[in-house]
Design a protein around this ligand. Structure first.
Ligand code: F6P
Length: 550
């Protein structure tokens, strides 16, 4: 993004970078002091993106920090790259592709061009086809081969073709057709498929094979096994496949080759990255679960935050702020990880979804020009829903030696479906939510501990240093729109960080080597074949494995 031609990456030599390094070296006051000297920060450091109330007051920052971070964003061309993405330019440089997940939620009358062609009519044609199909399955009009209605939907996919629909199905369970059963199969470990179908009736089961490339070995293997299971249960009548298998893919040729009718294929395009795809045809299982109207509400939610990211001024642009705050700790405090801690049981798969979104996007070590970077890129993203984490790993966040910035996500209302009694538990859940960010920020001083009469030898153990940075994200309720808003918020946050780090956030070459080696090793496991070039350690392990199998 810099005009300066250079053989070495320039990010850490930029004056805006060194200004931040100097600022960091000056030392940041403790959060206790920051609030004591500037009580207004609680009101000032809040941003609204659509229905999301985002509080970033509990960060190790001052107005000066924010100004310096904004200067870095401007200098590294974040806004120019953002605009290029929305315009459909090929900003995925190593794959020479446009990056247009935002077009998946564009309104019908929008114009978004790739190579001079407006892609929005294609997006809506597929959405309409999905809606028609989803309604037919939901109403029972679409029947299986024997005429029985479909009661079970099994999505077979992996990575972006699994994590998104599986996460969103869980998140929006309260909105799903409860009379239908949904399962998500991803692992090539046969146990995954076995457990998903062992209690299902093939005559009532629809398989959705989700694969952008339709070449992913895990998915094709599971789909082939599912096909055998289906045919075995339906008198080996090949015609059954047409009523029980549909495909979600960009690769019509491979879909047809697998034996799925092209009419039963729901298309998407190479400008949709796998980890950015669950609002494309990849979301068909979710659409069947929640219905087309709710699915469109979710797309509207995505769009609200897209528009916010595209138009909000820098100082109140939520994805920009979250991206820069993450970068502050990642690059200037040596924080290695970032926790995402939703206080909603329905968001139990949210962080796992974000792991692919963030780590596959920004787990890179060369810049866009192919030069090794000399700065840290994407963090390790991890976390599970509170309050379970509180009774497991929060100890380390509170009193361990590592700095772990964390996002706390909470909802003001439980889902309407809960009984009065269960809904009444919500305030207790949220009391924990607020208590944790307070404890993390302000801790408990030795004086406070002593004042409680704690014996002196225990004081160090019971002191909390605090000063752990957190972002609090609050919304009224976990609706389809709010889920879309949350995902778009993180998509764009990841974008911002990748833009500043000058890396290609849209390729994923790092997953290729393992795939190639697995293909090479498999014959050694199944037939004992020699694998040329296998290292001595792996050769010995393969031998041990084969011994166990005897
Ligand atoms: O893990 C690599 C990857 O290519 C992901 O980016 C993608 O989401 C996943 O595999 C599945 O790919 P496909 O949808 O083509 O089966």
């Amino acid at each position: 993004m810099s005009d300066a031609p250079s053989d070495t990456p320039e990010l850490t030599r930029r004056p805006e970078w060194t200004a931040l390094a100097d600022h960091r070296a000056e030392g940041q006051p403790h959060l206790r002091e920051l609030f004591a000297t500037d009580p207004g920060r609680a009101e000032r450091y809040v941003v609204r993106a659509g229905d999301l109330h985002i509080d970033y007051s509990k960060h190790l920052i001052t107005d000066e920090t924010l100004a310096l971070l904004q200067e870095l964003a401007t200098a590294t061309g974040v806004f120019a790259l953002r605009d290029a993405m929305f315009r459909g330019e090929r900003i995925n440089i190593t794959e020479k592709r446009a990056v247009l997940h935002t077009a998946l939620r564009a309104p019908r009358d929008a114009v978004v061009e790739v190579d001079g062609e407006n892609v929005v009519p294609h997006v809506h044609a597929v959405l309409d086809k999905m809606a028609g199909f989803a309604e037919r399955v939901r109403s029972g009009e679409w029947t299986g081969h024997t005429g029985r209605r479909i009661r079970n939907v099994v999505n077979i996919g992996i990575g972006g073709s699994d994590l998104g629909p599986a996460m969103a199905y869980e998140a929006l369970r309260a909105y799903t057709a409860r009379e239908l059963t949904f399962r998500f199969v991803s692992n090539v470990d046969g146990a995954d498929l076995h457990e998903a179908i062992r209690d299902l009736d093939p005559a009532e089961t629809l398989f959705i094979v989700a694969s952008k490339t339709f070449t992913t070995i895990e998915t094709i293997t599971n789909a082939t096994s599912a096909r055998s299971w289906l045919l075995k249960g339906l008198d080996s009548d090949e015609k059954a496949v047409a009523k029980h298998f549909v495909a979600l893919s960009t690769n019509a040729e491979k879909v047809t080759g697998f034996g799925i009718d092209p009419d039963n294929m729901f298309e998407f395009w190479d400008w949709v990255g796998g980890r950015y795809s669950y609002d494309s045809a990849i979301g068909l299982s979710l659409m069947i679960a929640i219905g087309p109207d709710r699915f469109r509400e979710m797309l509207d939610g995505f769009r609200i935050v897209d528009e916010h990211f595209r138009t909000a001024p820098a100082e109140s642009n939520a994805p920009l702020l979250l991206g820069l705050l993450g970068l502050w700790y990642n690059n200037f405090f040596d924080a290695q990880s970032h926790a995402v801690l939703p206080y909603s049981h329905y968001l139990s798969k949210f962080t796992a979804y974000l792991q692919q979104l963030d780590m596959e996007s920004n787990g890179k070590s060369v810049d866009r020009e192919g030069r090794p970077v000399d700065w840290q890129t994407g963090p390790v993203v991890w976390g599970t829903p509170g309050t379970n984490g509180q009774h497991a790993y929060y100890q380390l966040i509170h009193q361990g030696t590592k700095l772990i910035p964390a996002d706390f996500i909470g909802l003001a209302r439980p889902v309407a479906e809960l009984s009065d009694e269960l809904g009444g538990q919500h305030d207790l859940l949220m009391a924990n939510f607020f208590a944790q960010t307070q404890a993390l920020a302000f801790g408990k001083t030795a004086e406070e501990v002593r004042a409680e009469g704690v014996p002196e030898e225990q004081v160090p153990h019971r002191t909390f240093r605090g000063n752990h940075p957190t972002t609090t994200i609050l919304a009224a309720e976990l609706t389809p729109s709010v889920l879309g808003q949350l995902i778009a918020l993180y998509e764009h946050k990841v974008f911002v960080q990748g833009a500043v780090w000058n890396i290609d956030s849209f390729d994923q070459w790092g997953v290729e080597l393992g795939k190639v080696l697995a293909r090479r090793i498999e014959p050694a496991l199944t037939m004992g074949a020699d694998v040329p070039g296998l290292d001595p350690s792996t050769t010995a392990l393969v031998a041990a494995y084969r011994n166990f199998r005897k």
